[in-house]
Unconditional design. Structure first.
Length: 250
């Protein structure tokens, strides 16, 4: 685990509570690609958002994360086996997995080592799916201060790997037989305090706080409040997902 870059353990309780869930249609599509639906491995599962989405479709889901703190905050589920393990050394048996998923985390990996591990544990014809989401776009005039906050205020505090997210993983090497994915969206109905809670989980916000000694979010909320209206009124917010999906040809 010496190469593990832990940007989230210190906020694992907020991560579990405030990160958005992925659309059920995504998991239905992914499971439909699999010849068998015995075991899925959700790698870098965090507090289990993607693992819970997989659970209705597989007899068993193994959810691993290198952070014991993240796994501690995962919601128990009878189908999900939570484990602490790095992405590059899962401890899973050879050719035992029908689907490997990585949600909003592949940019942190030693990818050549992870790809070798995925190829080792996948059954012949098994599927690997990497996905993520970038910055949401806020409605109307609110997007201008939000874009500035993302790129300028906390922009210097994003780890360099964030550039891969902004690129939609297009530049990642992907040594699997690629499958074209349909478009999927995360969609939520959030009021302004709920949005602020989500933003508090950003690694760049935490790094800003550590470096500057204060929280950048109140200033952003002060800009957004008059544009939002009643802060307790929920608005529809969306993130388009980007995916790299491929089949293991053993």
């Amino acid at each position: 685990m010496s190469g593990f870059k832990d940007h989230f353990s210190s906020a694992s309780d907020r991560y579990a509570a405030y990160r958005p869930a992925y659309p059920p249609a995504l998991f239905a599509w992914l499971s439909g690609l699999c010849t068998e639906r015995n075991t899925a491995w959700d790698c870098a599962s965090g507090s289990g958002q993607a693992a819970r989405g997989l659970a209705p479709h597989f007899r068993r889901v193994v959810a691993t994360d290198a952070s014991a703190e993240q796994i501690q905050h995962a919601q128990p589920h009878p189908v999900i086996d939570y484990r602490v393990a790095p992405a590059e050394a899962s401890g899973l048996a050879d050719r035992s997995i029908d689907l490997v998923t990585v949600a909003q985390a592949a940019h942190w990996f030693d990818l050549p080592r992870f790809y070798a591990e995925a190829a080792r544990v996948l059954k012949p014809g098994g599927v690997l799916a990497l996905w993520g989401y970038g910055r949401m776009v806020l409605p109307g005039k609110m997007d201008t201060p939000f874009r500035h906050f993302y790129a300028e205020t906390v922009g210097p505090y994003w780890p360099p790997e964030r550039a891969l997210v902004d690129d939609g993983y297009r530049s990642l090497d992907f040594p699997f037989t690629e499958i074209e994915a349909p478009g999927f969206l995360i969609e939520v109905e959030w009021n302004l305090p709920r949005l602020a809670a989500y933003l508090s989980t950003w690694s760049a916000v935490k790094r800003f706080q550590d470096a500057r000694g204060h929280d950048p979010l109140p200033a952003l909320m002060a800009e957004l409040t008059p544009l939002w209206g009643d802060v307790n009124t929920a608005k529809t917010l969306q993130w388009p997902l980007f995916l790299r999906v491929g089949r293991h040809q053993a």
